[in-house]
Design a protein around this ligand. Structure first.
Ligand SMILES: NC(=O)c1ccc[n+]([C@@H]2O[C@H](COP(=O)([O-])OP(=O)(O)OC[C@H]3O[C@@H](n4cnc5c(N)ncnc54)[C@H](OP(=O)(O)O)[C@@H]3O)[C@@H](O)[C@H]2O)c1
Length: 260
């Protein structure tokens, strides 16, 4: 039977590349994001290229009712979600005390609450079927504090720790949970977060396709955590041995503008 992957944030960046990969690998899709037009265009591309069928759900995932809406729509369409890819997320740059509170809270809602909610809604059926895969997209930001993007880094630390914990709880159930940690990646993320000029991105970024391929491979292998790119892996490891205050200070430097 053809499997179905539900991908949040499929209208651009890493999520769009996930959609292309899952379609190439023979999956049908549930595509979720706010931009319905972009999703429709993608669905038509993937139907022509791979014969993939897509259900399009244009939904703002910062709305607290959106996870229940997604479950309702997939249930009504009689779609069994075999793979859940919690990819949608965004960041906000600036001093926490000065940042727009509403945007701070939307970040937590999307990156943390909706991801947790969707996982909780789709997981029981996967456990019952004794098969299923969940891919949660965190970031290398998950490994240290991030001054000037304090809330974003903290949300990604949550995604990593939450994913590792439930991956452990699910051992032996047939359901796997994988947390993908990309480093700087060329997408629309930087523009939305207003961080195009910061040092972190001046040291180079990966392309969304390579990151998504890494995530797909790790998901299929059932790995609990995958850091995309050797340089990113090295940085994430080095943070573990640095004193915490030093790691935070380096994090701040990378978040500031400058070329040296
Ligand atoms: N790019 C990087 O450097 C980087 C590094 C590490 C981790 N990540 C993580 O990778 C994931 C994908 O990001 P990306 O780089 O591909 O960014 P992107 O190009 O900005 O794509 C973000 C996706 O999420 C969707 N989205 C944003 N807000 C949404 C909302 N309120 N409701 C529903 N969908 C929403 C966007 O679609 P609409 O605008 O159409 O809603 C878009 O499809 C995120 O979790 C991000 O934190 C990115």
């Amino acid at each position: 039977m053809t499997k179905t992957a539900l991908i949040t944030g499929a209208s651009g960046g890493i999520g769009l590349e996930f959609a292309r990969i899952f379609a190439r690998e023979g999956h049908n899709l549930v595509l979720v994001a706010r931009s319905g037009d972009r999703l429709r265009q993608l669905a038509s591309e993937l139907e022509k290229a791979h014969g993939a069928r897509s259900l399009i759900l244009a939904s703002d995932l910062t709305e607290p009712g959106s996870p229940a809406y997604l479950l309702d729509q997939t249930t009504r369409a009689d779609i069994q979600v075999d793979v859940l890819v919690n990819n949608a997320g965004f960041g906000q740059f600036g001093f926490f005390a000065e940042n727009d509170l509403e945007v701070c809270l939307q970040q937590i809602q999307l990156n943390v609450t909706t991801l947790t909610h969707l996982t909780r809604l789709y997981l029981p059926a996967m456990i019952e079927r004794k098969t299923g895969r969940i891919l949660n997209v965190a970031s290398t930001a998950a490994f240290q504090a991030g001054p000037l993007m304090a809330v974003y880094y903290a949300t990604k630390a949550y995604v990593l720790l939450f994913s590792e914990a439930i991956a452990n709880e699910l051992q032996g159930t047939g359901v796997t949970v994988t947390c993908l940690c990309p480093g700087p990646t060329a997408t629309e993320f930087q523009k939305r977060a207003k961080i195009t000029g910061i040092r972190l991105f001046k040291y180079g970024s990966m392309d969304a396709r390579t990151v998504a391929e890494d995530g797909y491979r790790a998901l299929m292998a059932g790995k609990p955590v995958a850091i995309s790119g050797f340089k990113n892996w090295l940085v994430a490891q080095s943070v573990r041995f640095a004193p915490r205050q030093m790691a935070t200070a380096i994090g701040r430097r990378l978040q500031e503008t400058g070329s040296e």
